[in-house]
Ligand binder design. Structure first.
Ligand SMILES: CC(C)(COP(=O)(O)OP(=O)(O)OC[C@H]1O[C@@H](n2cnc3c(N)ncnc32)[C@H](O)[C@@H]1OP(=O)(O)O)[C@@H](O)C(=O)NCCC(=O)NCCS
Length: 176
């Protein structure tokens, strides 16, 4: 388990008109471009997700498929659901995703952080996490946790997350 206590600052570009951004991606969306890359990306917690497209994205990172009906319910019960799109007026492409569960007041846990392998290593995962932490901070949540696979722990550590002292605090229970 990994803990994070504060959000980092975010960069912002002004490539899309504000009206267009709000119309296509909803309020509080965040657009940015990357060094050496002309494409525009947008993080949004308010743009509706196409659940089939989300399923396809999560398959690209090799995760086992979950029934779409159950995923839909899980998203409804999440306190924050964020998509990351490669910007296009007509055909935006979902290239990243993450969501948070929690009580909405004190604590949150981040789940399902994924960036399409074609777009990995460009800094999108970092921007996605920054966006999530800023949104959580804006609603007053200052303690955030997540469970990371061993091979991605350093992705989070680089961003300031602290590793739980191994085995001293974390417990799991599985139904089968
Ligand atoms: C983990 C993941 C979200 C990272 O997304 P990304 O867009 O490739 O990450 P970024 O390009 O923003 O990388 C940010 C930094 O983390 C490092 N990093 C990226 N992926 C890493 C990994 N798997 N392990 C260690 N470090 C990693 C980058 O080198 C970069 O370092 P820098 O800031 O010093 O340049 C993405 O690799 C992914 O979707 N993986 C498969 C799904 C997964 O395992 N999700 C995590 C579940 S806990």
């Amino acid at each position: 388990m990994i803990f994070r206590n504060q959000a980092s600052s975010i960069r912002k570009t002004k490539n899309i008109s504000k009206d267009n951004l709000v119309k296509n991606y909803g309020l509080n969306s965040y657009e940015f471009t990357l060094k050496n890359n002309d494409e525009i990306f947008v993080c949004s917690k308010n743009k509706e997700l196409d659940l089939i497209e989300l399923d396809q994205l999560l398959q690209t990172v090799g995760w086992s498929r979950r029934p779409i009906r159950r995923v839909k319910r899980a998203l409804e019960f999440s306190i924050l659901v964020v998509g990351l799109w490669r910007y296009d007026d007509k055909f935006p492409r979902l290239v990243g995703f993450a969501r948070c569960t929690g009580d909405g007041i004190l604590e949150a846990t981040v789940w399902d952080v994924a960036v399409n392998p074609v777009y990995q290593g460009l800094g999108l995962g970092k921007e996605l996490m920054n966006y999530i932490l800023k949104e959580l901070k804006d609603i007053g949540i200052s303690k955030v946790t997540l469970f990371a696979d061993a091979e991605v722990v350093s992705f989070y550590k680089r961003q300031g997350w602290k590793l739980e002292p191994r085995g001293s605090k974390c417990a799991f229970w599985y139904a089968n």
